[in-house]
Structures are given as structure tokens and as C-alpha cells.
Design a protein around this ligand. Structure first.
Ligand code: MD3
Ligand code: FE
Length: 200
């Protein structure tokens, strides 16, 4: 499988085979049962179109108080364990010895998107972020480490893994749109993105 470099973002197309994708979705059903998806609200009170939950020691939350990592789900329960397939991907591609402390689960249904942003809520930017895409194809955009520079785009497909490290770790990035009906992995359609992170 040929590796793609998009402004320093390493994309590994189809790293996860179909059987592993199916098994990972099955694990994620258990994650979502234990820690329901919710629409985060920004500090300005605007609801995000992406629904989220997390697995691991920490989950990422956003509400009127701002965004941060928390030990507990907004409804008070502990986050479930990170699925073993996701941990295996981290060991294969992250290049670090530490395990991830958070697996953020983003669910995109038709029309959901994520505006350009940086990921800077983690303590150590030398720790990579690893992303796993499942389900419908998504148009991923990555720019520079400063706002407003040139950007490049690529379609992320089910089974693709992206590794964000080095300079790309602080690059602006986002999801412009999801292509409905482009994958048969999720019976109800939509897209799931997992991001594995070391938090503190
Ligand atoms: C590039 N998620 O959860 S994953 C996020 O597809 C997020 O749901 C998108 O951005 C998604 O914060 C994109 C790929 C990704 C993740 C983290 C990055 C790309 C990144 C951090 C730095 C640069
Ligand atoms: Fe991000």
C-alpha cells in the first residue's frame, strides 16, 4: 500500500482490512452503548454537527465552559476501554512507546463537517495523533501551522489511517464534507473517525 504525504500528514490507505473494520465497528457499538454519543457545544454556545464520545482514561468534551479532556463522560460514567484493534494500529504506526490515553470517536452523518482547527489541548505535541477512518468517504483538508495559509485536500476512505507528527501535528485541518452512500461498512451510513491521543 503506497503512503501519501499531505503537508507532512502521513496517510496509509487501507491499512485496516475489511474484517478488522467490521470488528472495530462492533467494538465501537459497545463503546457507544456505555458512553453515548453527544453533540458538543462550543464555548460560544454553537452545537457541533459531529457527534462524539471517547474511550480510554480521558475523553474530549466541549461545553459553555470551553473544551478540555475529562476523566468522565458528561453524563457521569467512566469512559470505556479503547478497542484492542485501535491499540494495535497505534503500536504499528505511532512510533512511540507510550499507549494512547484517549480514543476520540467522531460520528458524521449526512451534512456533518468539522471546520479548520488545530489540536492543542494535549500536553506534549511531540506525541503523535493517529486517525482511523471508517464508513463513508470524507474530504479531509490540511493546511499550515498558521491560520490562513494554503491547504491541500484528500478523500479519506474506510480503513485509511493517518499519522500526525512532527510539524504536521500542529497543522490546521478539518473535514469539509462526507459523501453519502460511498461505503457499505455502516448499515445506516455515515462516517466514524477515531483519533488516538496521549493527553498528559
Ligand atoms: C492533522 N478529526 O478529532 S482526523 C479531530 O476526521 C479531527 O474526524 C478529523 O480533526 C476527523 O480533532 C480529522 C485526522 C487528523 C487528526 C488530528 C490532526 C488530522 C490532524 C492533528 C493535526 C493535524
Ligand atoms: Fe483535529
Amino acid at each position: 500500500m503506497s503512503e501519501i504525504d499531505l503537508n507532512g500528514v502521513r496517510v496509509l490507505p487501507g491499512l485496516l482490512n475489511r474484517a478488522d473494520q467490521v470488528a472495530l465497528v462492533e467494538d465501537l457499538r459497545r463503546v457507544v452503548q456505555a458512553a453515548p454519543l453527544f453533540h458538543p457545544v462550543t464555548a460560544r454556545g454553537k452545537q457541533m454537527s459531529v457527534r462524539m464520545t471517547s474511550a480510554g482514561d480521558y475523553g474530549w468534551v466541549s461545553d459553555r465552559r470551553g473544551y478540555r479532556y475529562e476523566r468522565l463522560h458528561p453524563q457521569g460514567m467512566e469512559w470505556p476501554a479503547i478497542p484492542s484493534i485501535a491499540l494495535r494500529v497505534w503500536r504499528e504506526v505511532s512510533g512511540v512507546d507510550r499507549p494512547p490515553q484517549c480514543c476520540l470517536v467522531n460520528f458524521y452523518d449526512e451534512g456533518a463537517r468539522m471546520g479548520l482547527h488545530q489540536d492543542r489541548d494535549e500536553a506534549d505535541f511531540d506525541m503523535p495523533v493517529v486517525s482511523i477512518s471508517l464508513g463513508d468517504e470524507a474530504l479531509f483538508r490540511v493546511g499550515q501551522t498558521t491560520h490562513g495559509g494554503p491547504t491541500k485536500s484528500i478523500w479519506l476512505r474506510s480503513g485509511d489511517v493517518a499519522v500526525l507528527s512532527g510539524a504536521s501535528r500542529l497543522a490546521y485541518h478539518g473535514i469539509d464534507r462526507v459523501k453519502p452512500g460511498s461505503s457499505t461498512l455502516l448499515p445506516q451510513g455515515g462516517r466514524i473517525n477515531l483519533t488516538l491521543r496521549v493527553v498528559d
